[in-house]
Ligand binder design. Structure first.
Ligand code: 6PG
Ligand code: NI
Length: 188
């Protein structure tokens, strides 16, 4: 049985994929993720939307592909820029491709041992996420950071260890610059 091909037009201004499943992550969904807990509690009074995902997903079968746009809003919790939760794939060896559409940001990647890498992203940037690397995107600009992700349909999301320990690095603003600093809560 053949599945039907599909063509959709991403709205390059808003990141919306018509007909896609929409997921909204507010600050309250990111409890425990940001280093500055006081600043988190303060901003929680407004509980802003941190990011939205528009996903076109297939059955979790080997060989098939999913794709999704993410609209990551600008903002900070204390000095730390707004980010996505970040995850390993449940099938840890599944790779992924990101493509920058609008705005400015970057991707923080990490091996299970805590070796971190930072890759800056803007419109047109392609990022290859190798097997086994956790990945989180960060908005370092002042407009929504929008990108497309393409990933195996059976990859799944494993949020557990990132939710618990975070990444080994934090992406913060320091004197108007983007800096990577050690995460005091990181322990192997
Ligand atoms: C994926 C992609 C990507 C990601 C979103 C939201 O594997 O599906 O990496 O679509 O899920 O950018 O980020 P979080 O899943 O980490 O919340
Ligand atoms: Ni992923």
């Amino acid at each position: 049985e053949y599945k039907n091909p599909l063509g959709v037009d991403i709205d390059l201004e808003t990141g919306v994929i018509p007909g896609a499943k929409k997921l909204v992550r507010r600050l309250s969904d990111l409890k425990g993720y940001f280093a500055d807990e006081k600043a988190y509690e303060e901003l929680l009074k407004e509980n802003p939307v941190v990011y939205e995902v528009y996903a076109v997903e297939q059955e979790e079968k080997d060989g098939d592909l999913n794709f999704a746009t993410t609209v990551l809003y600008p903002g900070k919790v204390g000095r730390e820029f707004f980010f996505t939760k970040g995850h390993y794939h449940s099938k840890a060896d599944r790779a992924e491709i990101y493509y920058g559409i609008k705005g400015k940001g970057g991707m923080l990647l990490q091996t299970p041992e805590g070796r971190a890498e930072w890759i800056e992203m803007g419109p047109g940037t392609v990022v290859y996420v190798p097997p086994y690397w956790a990945h989180r995107t960060v908005n370092t600009g002042d407009e929504p950071f929008i990108f497309l992700a393409v990933y195996p349909a059976d990859a799944g999301h494993d949020y557990g260890s990132i939710a618990e320990k975070g990444f080994s690095k934090l992406v913060v603003e320091e004197g108007g610059e983007v800096k990577l600093v050690d995460n005091p809560r990181w322990k192997e």
